[in-house]
Ligand binder design. Structure first.
Ligand SMILES: [Zn+2]
Length: 169
């Protein structure tokens, strides 16, 4: 009765196989919406530099005490995830030069090395821009108010921001 089912499944599996292999998933640091810095199951969080993660968690606790929820929209990303984002940006902005202002190349991205987090929502970005240096956390690109890195010692002064991601090379 279901003799046709096996060949059909074979066709579907073959057709979808290469797509699945290319798809970027949780193992690449893909985040569905946003994620708590206290999530211990997601590679996006567990692959972060431990010192950065400690600082972000401490900031999130203190922000919460101020009534501000702090979450991450993206954190660590695999090289192939970054390459996908970069290629999408080239399509969107029309050239590699323009794309690099918004998305770093896979070999220059601080997200790929686990040294950057993107913070949300906007209230949390505001909070972290005011209090981040107490944890060593600094906004490093002037055009990305959500992008933070461990860029000074706790209580130190944040370095001047780069205009955008393309200035890091
Ligand atoms: Zn970022």
């Amino acid at each position: 009765m279901y003799r046709w089912l096996a060949p059909l499944l074979l066709i579907l599996t073959t057709a979808c196989g290469p797509l699945q292999a290319d798809a970027v998933g949780e193992a690449d640091g893909l985040v569905a919406g946003h994620i708590s810095p206290f999530d211990t199951s997601s590679p996006a969080i567990t692959n972060l530099d431990p010192a950065l993660l400690r600082a972000v968690r401490q900031a999130a606790r203190d922000a919460a005490a101020d009534g501000v929820e702090l979450f991450l929209t993206t954190a660590w990303r695999s090289e192939r995830y970054q390459r996908k984002l970069y290629e999408e940006a080239i399509t969107k902005y029309g050239s590699e030069r323009e794309a690099r202002r918004y998305v770093s190349t896979p070999d220059s991205s601080r997200h790929v090395t686990g040294d950057a987090v993107d913070v949300g929502p906007t209230d949390a970005d505001d909070w972290l821009n005011r209090h981040g240096s107490a944890y060593g956390l600094c906004q490093t690109y002037a055009n990305e108010m959500w992008h933070f890195e461990l860029a000074t010692t706790p209580g130190g002064e944040c370095p001047p921001m780069r205009a955008d991601a393309s200035a890091r090379r």
